[in-house]
Every structure is written in structure tokens, then in C-alpha cells.
Design a protein around this ligand. Structure first.
Ligand code: HPA
Length: 278
């Protein structure tokens, strides 16, 4: 058996958050590696450290602050995950779904999920934003799906549809904002790998052949749990590095974090713009 979530456990964790904040968010926001500073502009913020929430997977990775920030951004009530936990840190997949489950209990209808990713598409450059039009759930195909285990029928169906993970209307809004703010916005397919090692050139050629545009180590589990519970999802990758298909250069976590500095202002504009239109 595995580390499966129960409804009771999810509700208990949500209750703990509710005790520490009066905000009832409509929108959840997950900030990826190096993208955390956006949480600092949340107004009337209540900050709940992940370690204070029962069962919440805690990350030790540099660039992930590890706290839930509840408050107001562009007049919307939001719950912002400043940092996230990844599969490679050793948690079982269902446990990685707990944060989204808790935000669903808090009342979110929309999840905006961001990540740092390597460009697999040859034209994508570090500093680009890529909106997710779809994802390749490679770890899910290999059996590591966050919905594995007894289905929580109260939260969603046993076999949820995944034909439109990333909401078409939210994608249209993001395109509009990008045009208005003159932000270049790429679009493409994201693939989540288990990590923590980066890809070999052969891995990357395989991903490219499979139609992948950007690769990372997150987002897909959260988007899957979000859709199971009927939450609408917008996904945005901050391209932090060029994936290394020819083996000529190395990929480092330092460059991923460094790219965050270029990406944060762009991502902030995009997210704020989308929030204003919701
Ligand atoms: N590969 C996997 N994950 C990543 C990368 C990458 O090149 N960049 C940022 N996260």
C-alpha cells in the first residue's frame, strides 16, 4: 500500500489553515523555483508555514520558501504557495496532492500553477514564458499518479477526464494579457520527470520526439489533482535554461534560480493581468 490521503486528513489540514486566516481564496497560485517573490506583493497577508499544516509535504530545496500566503492580489482573494515540494524529495505522489486538496477545501475555483522549466523546443530561450497547452504525464504513465489509491468520491470521479487539463478560457485571458502588456508568450507541452537528476541528451531527444516543448519536475501532479476536483487550471512555465540536446553545456540549479530574476517581473505582469480579468 502507499501513503494515500483520506478526506478526514484533508479536512483537518484545511481546518488548521482556516484557523490561521479569515481569507477564503477563490484562486490558488503555486510559485515555482525562483518565482517566489510574487508572493511578497500579496496584501493583507496571513502567512502559514507548511510545517504548521498537518501532513503538508515540506520542501528543503533552495529557492522554495515553504509557506502558504493568504491575502489579496488585484482585488482577488488568493492562496499563494510560495514554494512547492517535489516527487524527488521522497514523498509519495498522493501526498504531493495534499496542498491542492487543501486549497480546494478552502474554496478555490481556479489554480494558476507556475514552474521553472528547461526549453526542449529549439526556439525557446531562457527568460521566455511558456503557457501550457497540455502536458505529457510520463511519471503518471509509469504508475506514479497522485490519484492512485482509493478514490475519494466526495472530491471527484475515479477516472477523471484529462482532455483539457489547461482551461481554454484561462488560456485566452493569458493571451490577451500578454498582448496588452507586450509580453512574449510561448505556448507548448510541458513534461514532468521525476528528477532530481537533469536529463541526458538522449532523454531530451526522446522528449522532443514525443512532442515536448519544456521539461521540469513538477506541475503535472498538482494539475491532475486540481482537475480531479473540478478546479480550472492555468499553467505557465518560466524557461530557465536551454535543455541540452547535444550534450555541449551543463544544466545547474544555480542557473534555474538566476533565470527567476528575469522571469519574476514578466510572470508578475502576466499573473496580475489575468487576476484583473477574472
Ligand atoms: N530539466 C528539468 N527540470 C528543470 C530544468 C531542466 O532543464 N530546468 C528547470 N527545471
Amino acid at each position: 500500500m502507499g501513503d494515500f490521503l483520506t478526506l478526514e486528513e484533508i479536512q483537518k489540514a484545511a481546518q488548521q489553515v482556516k484557523k490561521q486566516s479569515k481569507h477564503r481564496p477563490r484562486i490558488g497560485l503555486i510559485l515555482g523555483s525562483g518565482l517566489g517573490p510574487l508572493a511578497e506583493s500579496v496584501e493583507k497577508a496571513d502567512v502559514v508555514p507548511y510545517a504548521k499544516i498537518l501532513g503538508w509535504p515540506v520542501s528543503g530545496v533552495e529557492g522554495h520558501a515553504g509557506q502558504l500566503v493568504l491575502g489579496v492580489l488585484e482585488e482577488q482573494t488568493v492562496a499563494v504557495m510560495q514554494g512547492r515540494t517535489h516527487y524527488y524529495e521522497g514523498y509519495d505522489m498522493p501526498r504531493l496532492g495534499l496542498p491542492v486538496r487543501v486549497m480546494q477545501q478552502l474554496g478555490i475555483e481556479i489554480l494558476i500553477v507556475t514552474n521553472a522549466a528547461g526549453a526542449v523546443h529549439p526556439d525557446f530561450e531562457p527568460g521566455d514564458l511558456m503557457m501550457l497547452t497540455d502536458h505529457l504525464n510520463l511519471i503518471g504513465m509509469a504508475g506514479q499518479n497522485p490519484l492512485r489509491g482509493p478514490n475519494l468520491d466526495e472530491l471527484g470521479p475515479r477516472f477523471p477526464d484529462m482532455s483539457k487539463v489547461y482551461d481554454r478560457d484561462l488560456q485566452s485571458l493569458a493571451r490577451q494579457v500578454a498582448a496588452e502588456e507586450k509580453l512574449g508568450l510561448r505556448e507548448g507541452v510541458y513534461c514532468c520527470l521525476a528528477g532530481p537528476s537533469f536529463e541526458t541528451p538522449a532523454d531530451l531527444r526522446f522528449l522532443r520526439a514525443a512532442g515536448v516543448d519544456a521539461v521540469g519536475m513538477s506541475t503535472v501532479p498538482e494539475a491532475t489533482v486540481a482537475r480531479h476536483g473540478g478546479t480550472r487550471v492555468l499553467g505557465v512555465s518560466g524557461i530557465s535554461n536551454k535543455a541540452n540536446l547535444d550534450g555541449a553545456t551543463e544544466t545547474t540549479h544555480a542557473e534555474v534560480l538566476e533565470a527567476g530574476q528575469v522571469l519574476v517581473p514578466k510572470l508578475t505582469k502576466l499573473v496580475r493581468g489575468v487576476l484583473r480579468k477574472l
